[in-house]
Write a protein that binds this ligand. Structure first.
Ligand code: CTP
Length: 447
């Protein structure tokens, strides 16, 4: 019996797929079809697959052409499958011509003609409502978001606003955005959703303005500098059926999400301590400007609070800060938090350098995330018996902003007010900590 194997995503199954499967089947007696998992697609950059893996498997099944369906979940699996199933022929469409020649060592490789004029990409864009995104504030993070937005097909950059019109014009030219303005009010009618990347103190008033005008908001950190303001924004969003998302990029990236699920599944036992650190010696002047709410806490505090709140919850019983203040802003802050069954701490600096890693300590072992832990592509679970240690690797694409933007867009398209990875109560608690710190509650200053 001649066995043939082929692989694909088979999203929104179309005639091109059916033709390919028919031709593949004709090459032998038995056809195995590998369907990619959602995670595997996500990791290889296909962020916008429409149907989930079960739906895609069912669609392939309904063609009646596959004798066996398997799932493809890791790089290198094709070789394993060919050996495991004693495959004679590997085949795929001609769009992959040459890419799988390395499999010739294991079986015959056949590139079949691709059906012209149809693809999942095309079907997705025809079916997809496009979200007109406006960018507010043209700083460096805004530029990175503009670049990353190319990977999120549901989003089109439609407008940009900066209080300096020349800066907004240049940004619009650089990123091919059709509309620019220096007026926040004028931007409103050009967009469906706003990415707020303006200076810290404007996050709350701008977010409120956009929400009140029926626009979805992706709000950069610090989300709001007061607990009541953060809660108010979520209340407005809920009342108006809008999506409001906190742009703590780490929360949305695959490695961090897996770190959380592994840890919550008891891999390292009960968590007893979390320690995070982040620092730079090269802050932009805005980050050190007291009049713009500069300082290490407002700049990076939300990042460090993320693993702490996600893993230990928001009900800490005590919080203390130690800071080195210069010109009215903290250039170094150490924060100590107490929970009934655990402790947490972080140190952040805009004028001090340290190792930017994350350690989550448990009763059975610990998780180590090397610097820069807030852009994780790799972490380790470590145990007393070092033979049980395991390393976990992921792709972290460039700035990682595509993940948060993709989740934000998904929430809008599928009408999910709460995103899947950063609960609103955690954002509100981060604002509570920011507020306490800005009032210097439980804060000791050092020279
Ligand atoms: N295929 C084909 N003709 C098409 C589209 C796909 O022969 N018009 C083949 C591909 O070459 C591959 C298989 O179908 O062997 C599964 O491809 P997949 O990547 O799932 O489909 P695409 O429509 O190409 O998806 P996308 O647009 O997301 O890349």
């Amino acid at each position: 019996m001649k066995k043939v194997i082929t692989y694909g995503t088979y999203d929104m199954l179309h005639q091109g797929h059916i033709n390919l499967l028919k031709r593949a089947k004709e090459l032998g007696d038995y056809l195995i079809v590998g369907v990619t998992t959602d995670t595997f697609d996500y990791e290889r950059g296909k962020l916008n697959v429409h149907d989930n893996v079960m739906e895609r498997i069912k669609a392939v099944e309904r063609t009646g052409l596959a004798d066996q369906i398997i799932i493809e979940e890791y790089v290198g699996q094709k070789i394993d499958d060919i050996q495991k199933y004693n495959v004679d022929i590997f085949t795929v469409g001609s769009d992959w011509e040459g890419k799988f020649d390395y499999l010739n060592e294991y079986c015959k490789v056949v590139y079949l003609p691709r059906t012209e004029g149809v693809s999942s990409t095309q079907l997705r864009s025809e079916n997809m409502q496009t979200i007109r995104l406006g960018i507010i504030g043209c700083g460096s993070i805004a530029g990175r978001m503009a670049k990353e937005s190319e990977f999120v097909h549901a989003v089109t950059l439609s407008g940009v606003m900066d209080t300096d019109l020349a800066v907004a014009r240049k940004f619009a030219e650089d990123y091919n955005i059709p509309y620019y303005t220096d007026s926040i009010d004028e931007l409103i009618s050009h967009i469906d959703a706003a990415y707020i990347a303006s200076p810290h103190l404007s996050h709350y008033p701008y977010a409120k303005l956009f929400l009140q005008n029926g626009k979805h908001v992706l709000n950069e950190l610090p989300f709001a500098l007061e607990e009541s303001k953060a809660a108010e924004l979520f209340n407005i969003a809920a009342a108006k059926g809008l999506v409001l998302t906190h742009a703590v990029k780490t929360a949305y990236c695959p490695a961090f999400r897996h770190l959380l699920t592994l840890t919550k599944s008891g891999l390292i036992g009960q968590i007893k301590d979390i320690e995070a650190a982040q620092s730079t010696l090269d802050p932009t002047p805005r980050k050190l400007d007291r009049n713009q709410a500069g300082g290490a806490m407002t700049e990076d505090g939300d990042f460090s609070l993320l693993p702490i709140f996600m893993l230990l919850g928001c009900n800490y019983t005590d919080i203390r800060f130690i800071s080195k203040i210069e010109n009215g802003v903290d250039i170094y802050t150490k924060c100590l938090m107490l929970y009934p069954n655990a402790t947490a701490s972080f140190k952040i600096g805009l004028g001090m350098k340290t190792e930017g890693d994350l350690v989550i300590s448990g009763t059975k072992g610990y998780i180590y995330v090397p610097a820069p832990w807030w852009k994780p592509s790799y972490f380790e679970a470590r145990f007393e018996d070092t033979s049980k240690n395991r390393k976990y690797f992921y792709s972290y694409s460039e700035d990682g902003l595509r993940y948060e933007l993709n989740e934000f867009a998904g929430c809008i398209l599928y009408k999910r007010q709460q995103n899947r990875y950063l609960p609103h109560n955690i954002t509100i608690s981060m604002s509570k900590v920011q507020e306490a710190y800005r009032k210097r509650v439980n804060c000791i200053e050092i020279d």
